[in-house]
Design a protein around this ligand. Structure first.
Ligand SMILES: [Zn+2]
Length: 82
């Protein structure tokens, strides 16, 4: 099995939106900066990838500009399906 050595640079965090209350804003897991889906200025974060499934938003991958972390958002779909 692979050991976790020297792999911290490209750490990816996962946020499950179904566990977030309110408008969907959440603090960056690493630096605590509030990331709001309504903030489209790209000053705080930048969306790097959008996953669409059946014409619905299924997931997002974004980068926190403050600490450089990659954050994966899941749980957009209220009814998970394959
Ligand atoms: Zn951050």
């Amino acid at each position: 099995m692979m050991k976790k050595t020297a792999m911290k640079k490209d750490m990816m965090y996962t946020i499950d939106l179904t566990r977030i209350d309110g408008d969907g804003a959440f603090p960056c897991p690493k630096c605590g900066t509030m990331i709001s889906p309504d903030d489209e200025s790209e000053e705080v974060y930048q969306i790097v990838e959008t996953k669409v499934k059946n014409d619905e938003l299924a997931g997002l991958i974004l980068t926190c500009h403050k600490c450089g972390s990659t954050i994966k958002l899941v749980g957009f779909l209220s009814q998970p399906e394959n």
